[in-house]
Design a protein around this ligand. Structure first.
Ligand code: CO8
Length: 260
């Protein structure tokens, strides 16, 4: 598939995906959605790739939300019958078992904030601004904003942001737990790519299991998630990379991972 609204390139074992509609502040329309689904599926299927980074083109926005111009004329029945927003979860988040990072380089609003929160973690530029301003359009978050934001920053901040549309700056987002780290805008891409390269160089199955384990914390009861964690740990002990990692430690040498 050739892409018109995103750019995809590989840097060693890292796939860099860039939302590329800067004239519309990288707003997410149905073409972006289809192209992202395809790009994430290709990343997931490519054994040479261990981690992905998603960012926005230009210095102003990661993504300023779902494309309001596309949504404005759409009849309600089309949203409902087409199960609008469902494919983000079912076609990007769920099937992507390898880790990916959102490098948020500016506005991450509405669907843009929701897309960033689908990543395994967010690294933000000091210029990043997060918000769920859907209420000002007469709607509400539709792809996880009220749920993932609340889990990330707690009820008080999430409720205030959803009810007023207030944007949260990068420093506040870091102290509230929404983002892993804040870096100067000029360093954002290089820093995130370096972090992604560290992850991509880890034993593959262990990286996938670590991702799954942390995500399970949000899905189920503590008792169930502790059991799942224990079982996944036990399964990893059967891998070649476990044998190699532990032998390398004992022999005081660098491990050589096979990804098996
Ligand atoms: N959709 C379509 N076009 C947009 C969007 C958007 N979300 N955001 C900005 N643009 C366009 C503007 O229309 C403008 O285009 P043009 O030059 O042709 O008029 C261009 O981008 C530049 O924008 P501005 O001139 O407005 O730039 P400013 O610097 O003045 O303002 C803001 C920047 C504050 C970010 C402003 O653009 C803004 O408020 N944008 C809308 C933010 C918003 O409300 N986002 C939420 C949208 S609803 C949503 O996301 C529902 C979530 C459900 C998920 C859907 C997944 C598909």
């Amino acid at each position: 598939m050739s892409y018109e609204t995103i750019l995809v390139e590989t840097r060693g074992a890292v796939t860099l995906i860039t939302l590329n509609r800067p004239q519309a502040l990288n707003a997410l329309n149905s073409q972006v959605c289809a192209e992202l689904i395809d790009a994430f599926a290709a990343f997931e299927a490519d054994n040479s790739q261990g981690c992905a980074v998603l960012t926005g083109s230009g210095e102003k926005a990661f993504a300023a939300g779902a494309d309001i111009k596309e949504m404005a004329e759409k009849p309600a029945a089309d949203f409902f019958l087409g199960d609008f927003f469902a494919e983000w979860q079912s076609s990007i988040v769920k099937p992507t078992r390898k880790p990916w990072i959102a490098a948020v380089n500016g506005f991450a609003l509405g669907g843009g904030c929701e897309l960033a929160m689908m990543a395994d973690f967010i690294i933000a530029s000091d210029t990043a601004r997060f918000g769920q301003p859907e209420i000002k359009l007469g709607v509400a978050p539709g792809m996880g904003g009220s749920q993932r934001l609340t889990r990330a920053v707690g009820k008080a901040k999430a409720m205030e942001m959803c009810l007023t549309g207030r944007m949260m700056g990068a420093q506040e987002a870091e102290s509230a737990g929404l983002v892993a780290r804040v870096v100067p805008l000029a360093d954002l891409l290089e820093d995130t790519l370096k972090t992604a390269a560290v992850i991509a160089a880890m034993p593959r199955m262990a990286a996938m299991v670590n991702k799954e384990m942390v995500n399970i914390a949000f899905e189920t009861t503590l008792e169930q998630s502790l059991l799942t964690e224990r079982r996944l740990f036990q399964i990893l002990t059967a891998t070649q990379d476990k044998a190699e990692g532990m032998a390398a430690f004992v022999e005081k040498r660098k491990p050589v991972w096979t990804g098996r």
